[in-house]
Design a protein around this ligand. Structure first.
Ligand code: XCC
Ligand code: SF4
Length: 632
């Protein structure tokens, strides 16, 4: 693959040259080895759900086999494959959330897991109808609430508790269309059942069942993940940090934390403050211990502690290639299995920690909630002891880092609004009213949630940045999560100075409210924060969510989680723009369902557009149509 795919990232060129000198393999070598990717797989028409197969039907109707051995046609095969991606994505987000709830179950006043946002604990408890939500002893309440949350995964009856948060018209749509998610595990299991050989063949029915599973992620697993993480580790507030590979410090012990679940990372943060270990680091000749984050673990840690962001998905190899990482510590999701071998090219220890994601090739130190701090301490010590093994001649840290502001939870956004605007209208303190006011007045045209991964089908970060820069120029405020937020951070869009790139209206809003035009709202499970802020705007204005001039965008997505997200964002009533085309084009019927017919069902649709500027053009038409319909 040509390096033109990397050009956009300033750190890439030098480090790739270094990789070559060091004899280190990267994803680009492996991408090249894949040659042209399989056209059947790309169109979604390859089926290997049973052992009579694999079967592949023609991606072009009328040419070649039209049915697999069992008789499944392109519509069925595409719909099944798509649904199984949703099941994979929903289970990843939700199983992460389950671990958070488990940690809360272990919480005790003396820590290390303890209740750090008691207010949110009581708010969620009240929302869920717990008796004595405002009077019960904190930890008794926390344990009761964590039990209730665990039941959300497996309860035999009823639907997800957080659905009741949604604006009423949206709830009615879900009920009418029979997509209200029940227990999360039930939705995933039943979807796997429906997609088994000889079960559902109706593509529309498969889509609906996938949609319900996606909603079990967004309004179930992910929302539980966010809220319970906040209760346990604190609700984020605005703070400064830095991003890109230049945050790696040649004079310190560098520990890369990569993955998703804040349980491990929070314990690492605590362990790295241990005075004994800091002393040990000094005795080894290091100035200190420098934790740097990557992917969503990086997002969780920067949101709550300002931990520096080393980079996003595609930079996980680059980080190790700097030669300055003592330990790469991972838990679950988005971790290249290639990392242990790459780490061996340097002195880096690669440590996997989750029984759900044991990655072979170096060290495995199992992390358990009951022994969390001890496990983390062992890991940090190991990294410190590895410092003298660093080979100075192999160290090359790119001189690129960008200041950034992070930490915009829904509460933090409202707090900012309160400080400047709400205080003049006291009865509205603590609401999103000023935000809807500027949107309704046309000072800003609308809002966009920009999320998702990196994918070699797009130039690294380029689509993220082009989309965001173009939107803020056209007075559309952006909120970002996941690797998209990290792309924004590296490009300087998460700074107050980035207001200079905005249109006049958005510039004025950024100045008055003292916020960047792109707000970092957290990790990918934190897309639930985006759902919640849009939902609050809909409630404030008493309209369905699908009426608001708001869009969802995933310019460079790649994971099953992203497919689940796209489903629940559409299910929430928000048009969702994808810069990488999902593997569905082999079924024109299913494609039409996603891009047109779903509109009648849920009031929103999927839009596929690879070109970022063309995408923004479409988004602006969409936003202006919504504004006209609202009469604003
Ligand atoms: Fe993973 Fe969440 Fe995608 Fe980044 S954005 S590559 S899923 S880390 Ni979620
Ligand atoms: Fe082939 Fe049908 Fe089996 Fe799929 S389920 S592999 S289409 S026989």
């Amino acid at each position: 693959m040509s390096n033109e795919y990397l050009k956009f990232d300033e750190t890439a060129e030098a480090l790739l040259a270094k990789a070559q000198r060091d004899g280190a393999e990267t994803m680009w070598d492996r991408r090249a080895a894949q040659k042209t990717q399989c056209g059947f797989g790309e169109a979604g028409v390859c089926c290997r759900i049973c052992a009579m197969g694999p079967c592949r039907v023609s991606p072009v109707p009328g040419k070649g086999a039209e049915r697999g051995i069992c008789g499944a046609n392109a519509d069925t095969i595409v719909a099944r494959n798509f649904a199984r991606m949703v099941a994979g994505g929903c289970s990843a987000h939700s199983d992460h959330a389950r671990d958070i709830v488990h940690a809360m179950h272990h919480a005790k006043p003396e820590g290390p897991f303890k209740i750090r946002d008691e207010k949110k604990l009581r708010v969620v408890a009240a929302e869920w109808g717990v008796e004595g939500a405002d009077t019960k002893e904190t930890y008794a309440l926390a344990h009761e609430l964590s039990n209730m949350a665990l039941e959300e995964f497996g309860k035999p009856f009823g639907t997800q508790r957080f659905l009741k948060r949604a604006q009423v018209d949206r709830q009615k749509v879900w009920a009418r269309e029979n997509v209200e998610p029940r227990a999360i595990d039930m939705e995933v299991t039943t979807l796997m059942h429906s997609t088994h050989i000889g079960c559902a063949s109706d593509y529309e029915s498969l889509f609906r069942r996938g949609m319900r599973t996606g909603l079990a992620d967004g309004w179930g697993g992910s929302m539980i993940g966010t809220e319970f993480s906040d209760i346990l580790y604190g609700t984020p507030s605005a703070k400064a940090s830095e991003s890109n590979l230049g945050v790696i410090d040649a004079e310190q012990v560098n520990i890369l934390i990569h993955g998703h679940d804040p349980n491990l990372a929070e314990m690492l943060v605590l362990a790295a403050q241990n005075p004994e270990i800091l002393e040990l680091a000094k005795s080894k000749g290091a100035k200190g211990i420098n934790l740097v984050g990557m992917c969503c673990t990086g997002n969780e840690m920067t949101m709550r502690h300002g931990v520096k962001i080393a980079g996003n998905f595609y930079q996980q190899e680059m980080c190790i290639i700097t030669g300055a990482i003592e330990a790469a510590v991972v838990d679950v999701q988005c971790i290249f299995p290639a990392l242990p071998a790459l780490a061996k090219t340097y002195h880096t220890r690669f440590i996997s920690t989750s029984p759900k994601a044991k990655i072979s090739g170096d060290l495995y130190i199992e992390f358990a909630e009951s022994t969390g701090l001890e496990n983390a301490t062992e890991i940090v010590k190991l990294a410190v002891e590895n410092f003298p093994n660093r080979d100075a001649s192999k160290v090359e840290i790119p001189d690129f880092k960008m200041p950034t502001v992070v930490g915009y939870s829904v509460e933090a956004v409202i707090d900012h609004l309160d400080k400047v605007v709400n205080s003049q209208l006291e009865d509205k303190l603590g609401t999103v009213k000023p935000l809807t006011d500027v949107i309704y007045a046309g000072v800003i045209r609308g809002a966009a949630g920009v999320v998702g991964c990196n994918n070699p089908k797009q130039v690294h970060d380029l689509a993220h940045i082009k989309v965001m820069e173009e939107l803020i120029k056209r007075d559309v405020i952006c909120v970002a999560t996941g690797c998209a937020a990290q792309a924004a951070a590296k490009a300087g869009l998460l700074t107050l100075e980035a207001k200079e790139k905005c249109g006049r209206g958005l510039l004025e809003v950024c100045e008055r409210v003292n916020i960047p035009p792109v707000l970092h709202m957290g990790s990918c499970v934190d897309i639930s924060r985006i759902l919640q802020i849009v939902n609050l705007c809909a409630i404030e204005r008493d309209v369905d969510i699908c009426d608001l001039p708001v869009v969802g965008i995933a310019p460079e997505w790649m994971s099953e989680k992203a497919v689940s997200i796209a489903n629940y964002v559409v299910g929430t009533g928000i048009n969702t723009y994808l810069g990488v085309i999902p593997q569905v084009l082999g079924s024109p019927n299913f494609t039409k369902l996603l891009t047109e017919d779903v509109m009648d069902m849920l009031g929103a649709k999927f839009v596929f557009e690879k070109d970022p500027i063309a995408m923004v053009d479409k988004i602006m038409v969409d936003i202006e149509e919504k504004r006209t319909a609202l009469g604003i």
